[in-house]
Write a protein that binds this ligand. Structure first.
Ligand code: COA
Length: 376
């Protein structure tokens, strides 16, 4: 393996997994053997979480037990709330999530007595709470009750929407948010999952591996792309302006966020699924501007670069129509991906060997030590 453009561990098989396949049959994606098209259409996020974490689709009873365990874990320790209140209002929410998860580990460290699947339920309960507690507090909204009466029956998507806006989502809006969480939940050895597996491979704890994942997902080449997409779409007033702008950016050698993929070569199967929701929401709102701009950029990227939109591109439009502020886009990705990360951490633990590859050395040949007064 070389550095530079031919690096990045492209085409390297870095381990084994039974959790998902990406691009195995051309452009396919499966979670535990189930095609993403079926999961996005039929599965709730909680069903998908059970599938990833436990390995099989849950029965009614199993799903109820898992959901109750998760919804019962939405309160945060008082000390953690104090920490969140101290974070600057200017923080990026990804930094808040990373700090929050790391701090939670100090209050509730993983020990040999813990079932890591309980920690998975705890993180799925706690992450929306800590993120939105801080978000509402820094917005002058006071100290949010993160587990108010009446929320017990709400899944992750509905609870998130309630905490954010004091008013729930229903119908197509809720279904679109739920589908985006299912689509974001898992993606084999992507950068953040691999990073989390590396941390797990040192026999570190679940919280440390998740903190690693959050830090890795933050970058614009990975999860941060969905925020960058929104900035791109908001920059243009209409499709013609977008076409001219994107052509000019490509001529300058710039990346257009939300396009391309390391593994998929022709299309990202998740993109068509989320695009349908983006289209429905745009039509229902009567505001088709962003969607029309996005479709034109998609056509330009196909024509100019033979590149296709990835999941982040149309997700940005879905989130905008749900009135989700742009800085919360990548944190939503984290909440969904917790399930995939933890499934991988547990899989890594079942057949662990520390992940420690080798490097091709490109530095100087051995040199002789010189005292300081002899150095030029
Ligand atoms: N905009 C413009 N050109 C792009 C591009 C994009 N979004 N993505 C890839 N390309 C170009 C590259 O510049 C490169 O061109 P070259 O051969 O002339 O140098 C070619 O397509 C191959 O891309 P490469 O950088 O080798 O792909 P990669 O596998 O290393 O990177 C991504 C994959 C996803 C990181 C990359 O496509 C990208 O940066 N996309 C934008 C960020 C994004 O949407 N990330 C979310 C991923 S789900």
């Amino acid at each position: 393996m070389k550095g530079g453009r031919s690096g990045g561990m492209a085409d390297v098989i870095a381990g084994e997994t039974a959790i998902s396949t990406v691009g195995k049959e051309g452009n396919g994606l499966t979670y535990r053997g189930y095609r993403i098209e079926q999961l996005a259409e039929h599965a709730s996020f909680e069903e998908c979480a059970c599938l990833l974490l436990y390995g099989t689709l849950p029965s009614d009873n199993q799903l109820s037990r898992f959901s109750a365990s998760m919804t019962g874990k939405r309160q945060l320790p008082a000390g953690l709330l104090t920490i969140l209140e101290q974070l600057p209002a200017s923080s990026h929410p990804m930094d808040v999530l990373r700090t929050g998860v790391s701090a939670l580990a100090s209050f509730e460290p993983e020990t040999d007595a813990n079932d890591p699947l309980d920690i998975a339920a705890r993180l799925l309960g706690a992450c929306p709470s800590l993120l939105l507690y801080w978000w509402r507090y820094r917005d002058g909204g006071g100290r949010l009750d993160t587990a108010p009466p009446g929320h017990e029956g709400l899944g992750v998507a509905a609870h998130f929407a309630e905490l954010l806006h004091d008013g729930g989502l229903a119908g197509e809006a809720l279904r679109a948010l739920e589908a985006s969480l299912v689509l974001y939940a898992e993606h084999e050895f992507n950068a953040s999952t691999f990073a989390a597996r590396i941390t797990a491979s040192t026999r570190s704890d679940v919280y440390s591996a998740i903190t690693t994942g959050i830090g890795t997902l933050r970058g614009p080449l990975h999860g941060g792309a969905n925020e960058a997409v929104m900035e791109l779409l908001e920059h243009y007033q209409d499709p013609d302006e977008a076409e001219a702008g994107v052509v000019a950016q490509l001529a300058e050698g710039k990346l257009i966020m939300g396009f391309g993929h390391r593994v998929y070569k022709v299309r990202d199967p998740r993109s068509d699924l989320i695009k349908r929701h983006a289209c429905e929401l745009a039509k229902a709102s009567g505001d088709l501007r962003s969607f029309a701009v996005a479709e034109r950029i998609e056509a330009v990227m196909r024509r100019e670069k033979r590149l296709f939109p990835n999941l982040d591109f149309y997700s940005a439009i879905v989130y905008r129509h749900l009135n989700i502020p742009t800085p919360l886009f990548t944190p939503l990705f984290v909440i969904a991906r917790l399930t995939g990360w933890i499934a991988h951490i547990l899989e890594q633990r079942t057949a662990n060997r520390i992940i420690r590859p080798s490097a091709a050395y490109t530095g100087p040949e051995p040199l002789l030590w010189k005292p300081r007064n002899e150095r030029i």
